[in-house]
Design a protein around this ligand. Structure first.
Ligand SMILES: [Zn+2]
Length: 104
């Protein structure tokens, strides 16, 4: 034990609250209800953080998450994983280009 625990700039609770506020749709009305029930979104958040796999319903929320959690990594919209665009390939089909090196 070094006894030198660094004080954290942001507490986990703080960040969680921030992320929660950013990713939870608290809006009322029909649009909010549809959004919350996930009817139109396949029941899951649309975007996934490429760095820690946290999900968010939109790019703006993801950017807020990114700024909170990965401040040293530049935010790049292109790198966000769009879960609705990336469909799981059919398991019966061989996946091209994932073999990697077969060298021994
Ligand atoms: Zn992240």
């Amino acid at each position: 034990m070094t006894g030198k625990a660094k004080p954290k700039k942001h507490t986990a609770k703080e960040i969680a609250a921030k992320v929660d506020a950013a990713t939870t749709n608290r809006g009322g009305g029909k649009a909010g209800l549809a959004d919350r029930s996930g009817v139109e979104k396949g029941g899951h958040a649309k975007y996934e953080c490429p760095h820690c796999k946290v999900t968010a319903p939109d790019v703006k929320s993801m950017q807020i998450h990114h700024d909170a959690r990965h401040p040293k990594i530049p935010f790049e919209e292109d790198k966000i994983v769009n879960l609705h665009a990336v469909r799981a390939p059919e398991p019966s089909k061989p996946r091209p280009g994932v073999r990697g090196s077969l060298k021994k």
